[in-house]
Design a protein around this ligand. Structure first.
Ligand SMILES: Cc1cc2nc3c(=O)[nH]c(=O)nc-3n(C[C@H](O)[C@H](O)[C@H](O)COP(=O)(O)OP(=O)(O)OC[C@H]3O[C@@H](n4cnc5c(N)ncnc54)[C@H](O)[C@@H]3O)c2cc1C
Ligand code: SF4
Ligand code: SF4
Length: 413
């Protein structure tokens, strides 16, 4: 959007200066001037009561929503080849928490072909109603077919909240659906809660390059839509109470015209695994500045040989070139939630913890007893990782886990 000042009329009153978050407005010879820092965000336009800040944006009629019409917390389930993604179950765990606070039911939308068997698993994770869009044209994800189908279901049943995974699919789909429904979308959230008074969804995500955490609300539009980073929400083991015994299955009649199917999938070619499989790993050994060099990575790899798992790292370890970029854990890397995270020579900055604090058990090894990583660790070992990790590796290799009489305490000398 282009924004400019009506120079003939501007009085230089300075009222617009503070409205610009990018310091792009200056007063020069008693007239407001917009400088090159302007990115056309439009935030200043209404600050000039006289209307002397002009733009080429076309005024769009704002749709008015009756917020009371919208009920329920929905998740959009993702499956591939008839297997539900772990992310979809994480969304349901988060949906349960939101649904409980709001007193609203948790539902799932399940698109695909021959996927009715997945309704059981969705019910185990608390889905009370499942909107099933089972059609051969939905066998594989395609932008237009999925957008049309899911927008149709949402428009008819009017949920209050819709959660998507911030996967490639979710990131492609959610903005298109939001645009169709003329509602808001907050991408890449790491935390969701409900505001106490108006019960709006508080959507927290990193902003300004990760330097602050911003909390965003959609007070006027519905549904409130959000994508959530895989691993950012805890996958909670379900018990009998949360399981829905007889979920209501609503079969959606998929209506797609030739016009809707703009692309045809001719072949699916599986890409060779470029990325480390950290997000599915049950055990992760994390290395930070304390590993000191690529040799330090070998020490961690030896530990994985003893107990399995994958090696990941802090941003420092990645920037030093010791650990590949796709294995960075944290706010600007991956969010992981393994059963066991062994942190070696990592201080535990807030940005790093954002990506691993949902791990079930955290063991921290650091020679500084005041390192912040110890604040979230279940077990902490203060000492030099170059002594502790090899000792741990040796002890694990030597241990016979089948012997119930063995004391598994490791002696570091
Ligand atoms: C916008 C933004 C986004 C960021 N995103 C990320 C991110 O995604 N992931 C991330 O990790 N960081 C991220 N960071 C960087 C983050 O702030 C920290 O700088 C980084 O996590 C520190 O990495 P570290 O813990 O490896 O190093 P340090 O903070 O330097 O800590 C090294 C630790 O190793 C210990 N140590 C040293 N030698 C040994 C030894 N021999 N044995 C045992 N312990 C030892 C030290 O006591 C120290 O606690 C981000 C920063 C910003 C501003
Ligand atoms: S608020 Fe309007 S009149 Fe005042 S300086 Fe800005 S553009 Fe000019
Ligand atoms: S459009 Fe945005 S960046 Fe440009 S001057 Fe106005 S507030 Fe500042």
């Amino acid at each position: 959007m282009k924004v400019w000042i009506d120079k003939d009329n501007c009085s230089g009153c300075e009222a617009c200066i503070d409205a610009c978050p990018y310091n792009a407005i200056q007063i020069v010879e008693q007239i407001a001037v917009i400088n090159e820092a302007c990115n056309g965000c439009g935030a200043c336009i209404d600050s000039c009561a006289q209307g002397y800040i002009l733009s080429d944006a076309e005024k769009e009629e704002i749709k008015v929503f009756d917020l009371n019409e919208y009920k329920g917390v929905w998740i959009i389930a993702e499956q591939r080849n008839g297997v539900l993604s772990k992310n979809s179950l994480e969304l349901l765990c988060c949906g349960q928490m939101l649904g409980k606070t709001l007193g609203q039911e948790v539902c799932a939308v399940l698109p695909g072909e021959n996927v009715i068997h997945l309704t059981d698993e969705l019910a185990v994770y608390g889905a009370k109603k499942i909107y099933l869009a089972d059609d051969k044209r939905l066998m594989n994800y395609q932008t237009n077919t999925y957008t049309n189908t899911i927008s149709g279901i949402i428009a008819k049943y009017k949920p209050n909240i819709v959660l998507f995974s911030a996967t490639h699919t979710g990131r492609d789909l959610a903005p298109r659906i939001a645009q169709r429904l003329k509602t808001g979308l907050t991408a890449d959230c790491t935390d969701l809660t409900i505001e106490k008074e108006e019960k709006h969804l508080l959507q927290t995500r990193p902003a300004f390059g990760g330097n602050i955490m911003a909390t965003i609300i959609s007070p006027r539009t519905r549904p409130q839509m959000t994508t959530i980073r895989p691993g950012a929400m805890k996958l909670i083991t379900q018990d009998k109470d949360t399981r829905v015994k007889a979920p209501e299955i609503i079969k959606w009649k998929v209506q797609l015209s030739e016009e809707d199917i703009k692309t045809k999938i001719l072949e699916i070619v599986k890409e060779r695994h470029r990325h480390a499989n950290l997000q599915d790993a049950k055990i992760i050994i994390g290395g930070g500045r304390g590993i000191k060099s690529k040799e330090g990575v070998k020490v961690l790899e030896k530990l994985t040989e003893a107990i399995g798992g994958e090696v990941g790292g802090s941003r420092v370890a990645v920037e030093q070139g010791w650990i590949p970029r796709e294995r960075q854990i944290g706010q600007t890397g991956l969010s992981v939630s393994p059963d066991l995270f062994i942190s070696c020579g990592i201080s535990g900055s807030i940005q790093h913890r954002a990506g691993m604090q949902n791990s079930k058990i955290i063991i921290a090894i650091n020679r500084d007893p005041d390192a912040p990583i110890f604040n979230i660790a279940d077990y902490g070992i203060v000492g030099d990782m170059f002594e502790i990790v090899p000792a741990l590796t040796k002890a694990l290799k030597d241990t016979d886990y089948t012997d119930k009489n063995t004391d598994y305490t490791i002696n570091y000398g």
